[in-house]
Design a protein around this ligand. Structure first.
Ligand code: SF4
Length: 114
């Protein structure tokens, strides 16, 4: 059975990020500066609520974005807040120093957890 609480959180997050990307498109540098780390290409953010149809894999088996150069603004900005990480079913390699306490762990276990 699907985790309804997580799905509701993800749906709200998708709408929020879409709106934020439209409204904050010129004012995100300060928020991005609070983000620490680098993307490890786990693909978790491309599977929030549903698997993005543009998510692919390269010859080495790493996730890639088929439209990376033209990807949506909300994808380029993910994660913009620590609360974005709460929607993931895997661990994102980005962290937020100021907000870490609220984003300690994803709500659901990774789908391939042993
Ligand atoms: S969840 Fe985080 S580490 Fe994984 S692909 Fe998205 S931004 Fe990169």
């Amino acid at each position: 059975m699907a985790n309804v609480t997580l799905m509701a959180l993800q749906a709200r997050g998708k709408v929020r990020r879409f709106i934020e990307a439209k409204l904050l498109s010129e004012d995100t540098e300060a928020l991005l500066a609070q983000r620490k780390g680098e993307c490890n290409r786990c693909g978790a953010c491309c599977k929030i609520l549903f698997r993005c149809p543009f998510l692919g894999t390269d010859a080495g088996g790493h996730y890639t974005c088929k439209i990376y150069e033209h990807r949506f603004e909300q994808c380029r900005l993910f994660p913009l807040h620590a609360r974005d990480l709460l929607e993931l079913e895997e661990q994102c390699s980005y962290t937020f120093e100021a907000e870490e306490a609220t984003a300690a762990a994803p709500l659901a276990a990774p789908p391939f957890a042993k």
